[in-house]
Design a protein around this ligand. Structure first.
Ligand code: ZN
Length: 203
């Protein structure tokens, strides 16, 4: 199973980081080892004190008649070591150290079947940090819809059943620190409630 992630899919977030609006989806990967166990906690990595939250809609992939498609949706966190990512970007280097580290991804365990939504329905989601809304958005705000994302990814790599597609984050990304509480909502329902813990002590 792999986590396929999309960057810069909300123009307001691309702008807040000073990134150009992409002409084609930005694609990167996280390994399965990046996943935080269900219920958390989020454990900060020892190599960075600049970890940002990004809440995202996450779609689970199935294959039907030889074609990949999304069948269910939930929310997750794409945790990012921001200053390290900026340094890697400036150096023209891959992002994995900043995006694919252990504990850099969370996916809520409750998924909703896409067929339960009327056509054109916008799926809204929100992240609260310490009780205050930090990020909110809906699926209608993306630059590229899910079908376009899947078609783009599949030009380069096969999507397999149970792969997860992170579809980018709206504006409002920000620092997390030990002691913070992150609550994720989709369609008004609380789907995750995670505590942030400090990095393991260095040896
Ligand atoms: Zn992201």
């Amino acid at each position: 199973m792999k986590l396929v992630c999309i960057g810069r899919n909300y123009s307001d977030h691309a702008k807040e980081l000073g990134n150009a609006i992409p002409g084609e989806p930005v694609v990167f990967l996280k390994p399965e080892s990046a996943l935080i166990p269900n219920g958390g906690p989020i454990t900060l990595p020892s190599f960075s004190s600049d970890i940002h939250h990004e809440i995202e809609l996450v779609y689970s992939i199935i294959r039907k008649n030889g074609k990949a498609q999304a069948d269910k949706v939930s929310i997750g966190l794409d945790l990012t070591a921001r200053s390290l990512q900026l340094a890697l970007k400036e150096g023209g280097l891959p992002w994995e150290k900043a995006k694919a580290f252990d504990g850099s991804a969370y996916v809520a365990d409750a998924f909703v079947a896409l067929e339960s939504f009327p056509k054109g329905h916008h799926i809204d989601f929100m992240l609260k940090k310490n009780g205050h809304v930090a990020q909110s958005g809906h699926s209608g705000q993306t630059l590229f819809d899910v079908a376009t994302l899947i078609a783009t990814v599949e030009r380069y790599m096969t999507l397999q059943p149970d792969d997860l597609l992170f579809t980018g984050t709206p504006a409002g990304v920000g620092l997390i620190a030990a002691g913070d509480r992150l609550e994720g909502y989709m369609l008004g329902e609380l789907l995750f409630d995670l505590k942030v813990e400090k990095a393991p002590s260095k040896r």
